[in-house]
Structures are given as structure tokens and as C-alpha cells.
Design a protein around this ligand. Structure first.
Ligand code: PLP
Length: 385
């Protein structure tokens, strides 16, 4: 779009074009191949569906606009987006990872890319000074989430970008928890943004997807080659679902954030809750940075219950509205215990090093009535003896 519209408008109008019959929603182009008027001559840029697809193009265009970037690519999952990204690097290169990270991302480094001799180091850089001293000559990228998963730490994107600038180190932010509605890392100096679109971008727990957005033409060209060469692309139907979901992202994120704020306030005052990790709470150590770099604080939080694992299972068993499930970002509220679920892949020692205790519970607060959600939590917390 030539005029620079605001987020809510872009979310609805950017993923559009000229289509036969003037539909108000774009068609889903399922064709895997395209007729060539002459050998080697294509209509538009389309010859084969893995290389490019018109429905995927609309999704990539929309995600790029929402992240305020120049180039974007869609993938079949968040993990395949990160896998494709890691193919930018080679043997002996070193990547610095934020210490609190989605366990599947860590697994890629630990169990998949290690055999290609890609070095990695987990660093806690909620204090960015810890990062500066870890940058070596072979360090090629810093990769982190903010807010982090599952501890909801906040990392100062601008400060990290400042440290990496002029040192040949790319900065990549996994913006899955915040979404482009709440935070635009490219505007804060990051080189790359990745997403698991499976989460808030999809928003209805019914599509797996991923994305990478950048302002850098050279990196984009390399990634576009890898997207086609590796082939971890989303189906046209999944692209359509995501395009549809993005139209309501802003109002969903507002409601997620409002509900989460109310629930955090409730949990803080509950005697069985030891610590609430929600960046919207003024007591959160990263609150002022979150306020600086985020539009609101989102729907994710974690908290410690003063209970052992059996008591926690008892608490979970009494919940009626919070589904016990992995993943996050859907309209329905979810609850999970990282030590037993998303982070069970880590050894107890690795979890302890990160700060994931047995009593830690993570909520993905949905968009139901917050009053019902609070009642559900209250009832179940009361059942802990
Ligand atoms: C922050 C974050 N990044 C990446 C991923 C991986 O995404 P996907 O499950 O779509 O492969 C996840 C999945 O939970 C995630 O939470």
C-alpha cells in the first residue's frame, strides 16, 4: 500500500490485490504449478508452489507490513523458520542464545545443528552487559525472546542491538509472545524477527506456521533461496487462515492484555501464590523496559504456587476453563507446568540453571470473561490443601 496506514488498517487491507470477480477476501490459490505461455516465461513470479504462491505472498506482505519491515517469508512452523534461518551459518560459527528460550528452539541447537559444528552459548542477558563479554570473533548472531518463555523476563532490544552493532553480529528476536501489535523489534535495531505464527498470529489454535521478517535485502535474498531450497513452506490454506486471523490481532491482543492484567492482580494477592511473573506488574524487574518497548504487556504470565508437584496436579484437575495444554496465544485460556510439559525435555539440572522450578505454572490467558477466569483459578487454588 502506498499510503502508510496504521496497524489495525494494515492488518485488514494489506493482504489484498486485484482478483477476478472482486471478492473482499482473497482467493486461496491451491495450484502447485503454473502454465507458462512459453517455456521459461512466467505470469507474475509464479512457476511452482514451493518457490512462490499468491496466497503466501499476501501473508508475507501483511506480516512484513505489521512488523514494519521490508521483507518477509512465511514457513510451515516456527521451528522450520528458525531451522531455515540457522542455515545462514556454518561450521565454527557461534550463536548466542537468550538463556530462557522455547525448549524446541534450544533442542535445534543442542540436538540438530550440533553435528554441523554450529556453536551456541546460553547467556542471561536481561543485563545486556553479560552479552558484551560473550561476543567472540566467531559470534555471528544473538537470538532471544522477549518476553521470555516461560519466565517472562524482559530483554532490552535496543541495548542488545547497540552492543551488536558494528561487530558483525546479527540480532534476531523471537517476537512470538509479544506479536507485532505489542512490539516491533526491527524499529528497535534488530536485524531479524522470527515468529511461531501458530500462537497469537493464528490465534485460534488451528494452524501451525512460522515467519521471518527483516529490513536487510542481502539477508532476505539468502533466506528466500533457503526457503525454496529447504522447502518448509506453509500450505495455501494455512496462509489463508493466518491472513484471516491477522485481521483481528489488534483487538485480540488488547483483550489478552487486559485479562492478563486483571488475573495478575488477582494472583499477586492470593496467599498460595509465591511469585507472579507478568511484565505489566510494576514489581516486575523488567517493567520499565517493557513499558518502553511494548505497547501493552500481552497475555502470557507465569507464577509459582507454594505447593509440590502432586498438589499442583490436584490444582490443575479442578480447573474448568483453563485447558491443560501446551502452546499458547489462542482465544481460549491454557495452563501448563513447564517442568512436566514444555520444558520436560530439559534435565532437572538444566531447568534449575534457567530458574524453572517444579511449582512454576504458565498461563496463556484467553479472551473469555476475566471474571470467569479468576473464579476458575480461585476455586482450584482453594482446593490445594
Ligand atoms: C517462543 C516460541 N518460538 C518458537 C516456537 C516454535 O514454533 P512452532 O511450534 O510453530 O514450530 C514456539 C512454540 O511453542 C514458541 O513458543
Amino acid at each position: 500500500m502506498s499510503k502508510k496506514y496504521r496497524f489495525e488498517t494494515l492488518a485488514i487491507h494489506e493482504g489484498f490485490g486485484d482478483f477476478t470477480f472482486n471478492p473482499v477476501m482473497p482467493p486461496i490459490y491451491v495450484s502447485t504449478t503454473y502454465k507458462q505461455p512459453e517455456p521459461g516465461v512466467f505470469v507474475g513470479r509464479y512457476d511452482y508452489g514451493r518457490t512462490a504462491n499468491p496466497t503466501r505472498d499476501l501473508l508475507e506482505k501483511t506480516l512484513t507490513a505489521l512488523e514494519n519491515g521490508k521483507f518477509g517469508l512465511a514457513f510451515s512452523s516456527g521451528c522450520s523458520a528458525i531451522t531455515t534461518l540457522l542455515h545462514l551459518f556454518g561450521s565454527g560459527d557461534r550463536i548466542i542464545l537468550g538463556h530462557d528460550l522455547y525448549a524446541g528452539t534450544y533442542r535445534l541447537f543442542r540436538s540438530v545443528f550440533l553435528k554441523f559444528n554450529l556453536e551456541y552459548k546460553l547467556v542471561k542477558f536481561s543485563n545486556p552487559e553479560n552479552l558484551a563479554k560473550e561476543i567472540t570473533d566467531n559470534t555471528k548472531m544473538v537470538f532471544f525472546e522477549t518476553p521470555t518463555n516461560p519466565l517472562l523476563d524482559i530483554i532490552d532490544i535496543e541495548a542488545v542491538a547497540q552492543i551488536c552493532k558494528n561487530r558483525g553480529v546479527l540480532v534476531c528476536v523471537d517476537n512470538t509472545f509479544a506479536t507485532p501489535y505489542l512490539q516491533n523489534p526491527l524499529d528497535l535495531g534488530a536485524d531479524l524477527v522470527v515468529h511461531s505464527s501458530t500462537k497469537y498470529l493464528g490465534g485460534h489454535s488451528d494452524v501451525i506456521g512460522g515467519a521471518i521478517i527483516t529490513n536487510d535485502q542481502e539477508i532476505f535474498t539468502k533466506l528466500q533461496f533457503l526457503q525454496n531450497a529447504i522447502g518448509a513452506v506453509p500450505s495455501p490454506f494455512d496462509c489463508f487462515l493466518l491472513l484471516r486471523s491477522l485481521k483481528t490481532l489488534s483487538i485480540r491482543m488488547e483483550r489478552h492484555s487486559e485479562n492478563a492484567r486483571k488475573i495478575a492482580d488477582f494472583l499477586v494477592s492470593h496467599p498460595k501464590v509465591k511469585q507472579v511473573r507478568y511484565p505489566g506488574l510494576p514489581s516486575h524487574p523488567g517493567h520499565s523496559i517493557a513499558k518502553k518497548q511494548m505497547r501493552d504487556f500481552g497475555g502470557m504470565m507465569s507464577f509459582e504456587i507454594d505447593a509440590n508437584l502432586d498438589q499442583i496436579k490436584h490444582f490443575l484437575a479442578h480447573l474448568k476453563l483453563f485447558f491443560i495444554a501446551e502452546s499458547l496465544g489462542g482465544v481460549e485460556s491454557l495452563i501448563e507446568v513447564p517442568a512436566l510439559m514444555t520444558h520436560a525435555y530439559l534435565s532437572p539440572e538444566e531447568r534449575a540453571a534457567v530458574g524453572i522450578t517444579d511449582g512454576l505454572v504458565r498461563l496463556s490467558v484467553g479472551i473469555e470473561s476475566y471474571l470467569d477466569l479468576i473464579e476458575d483459578l480461585q476455586n482450584s487454588l482453594d482446593k490445594i490443601s
